[in-house]
Design a protein around this ligand. Structure first.
Ligand code: ASC
Length: 150
C-alpha cells in the first residue's frame, strides 16, 4: 500500500473515532459528573472523623485519599455541558450555565484547596491537614449552596 493511502486511512480512522467520542448522550454527561462528585464524597467524607479528632491522622490513608481527590477534582466540570440542566435526576441549577464564570471559579477553588490538602497529607502535617479539611469542605458547600438544588 502506498504511504499516502496509509495516511489517508489512518486519518479517516482518527476522524471516525473523534466523531464517536464527541457525542455522548446527554444522560451520560449527567452520569459522568455525578460519578466524579460521588467519588469525591467517597474519598473526602471519611476524613471528617480525622478532622474532628475522632480518629487519629494516618498519613498513608490521607495520602491515598488526597491523591485520588487531586485527580477527581478535575473531572466533574466536563460533565456540565449546556443542555443537560433538565436531564434525568440532576440537581444542577440553571445558574451553572447562566453564571458560568462564578461556577468555574467555585470549581477552581475546590481544586486549589484539595491540592493544598494533598500537600499537607504528603508532609505528614496532621494539624494543618485537619484545618485544611474544613477549608475544602467549605468549597464543596459554597458550590452546593449556589448551584445545586437543595
Ligand atoms: C462531603 C460531601 C459533601 C461535602 C459537603 C461539605 O463529604 O459529600 O457534599 O463534604 O457536605 O459541606
Amino acid at each position: 500500500m502506498k504511504t499516502l493511502t496509509k495516511i489517508a486511512i489512518a486519518a479517516a480512522a482518527v476522524s471516525i473515532t473523534a466523531t464517536a467520542m464527541a457525542q455522548p448522550k446527554p444522560e451520560n454527561f449527567v452520569k459522568q459528573r455525578q460519578s466524579a462528585l460521588a467519588l469525591i464524597g467517597w474519598y473526602f467524607g471519611p476524613m471528617g472523623a480525622v478532622a474532628k479528632g475522632e480518629q487519629p491522622f494516618n498519613k498513608d490513608d490521607a495520602v491515598r485519599r488526597t491523591s485520588n481527590l487531586v485527580a477527581l477534582s478535575k473531572m466533574p466540570w466536563e460533565g456540565f455541558v449546556a443542555g443537560t440542566d433538565n436531564v434525568g435526576n440532576t440537581k444542577a441549577l440553571p445558574a451553572i450555565w447562566t453564571n458560568a464564570a462564578k461556577f468555574k471559579d467555585a470549581g477552581t477553588k475546590m481544586e486549589v484547596e484539595i491540592a493544598k490538602l494533598a500537600q499537607l497529607a504528603n508532609a505528614g502535617d496532621a494539624d494543618g491537614f485537619k484545618k485544611q479539611f474544613g477549608v475544602v469542605g467549605g468549597t464543596c458547600k459554597a458550590c452546593h449552596d449556589d448551584f445545586r438544588k437543595q
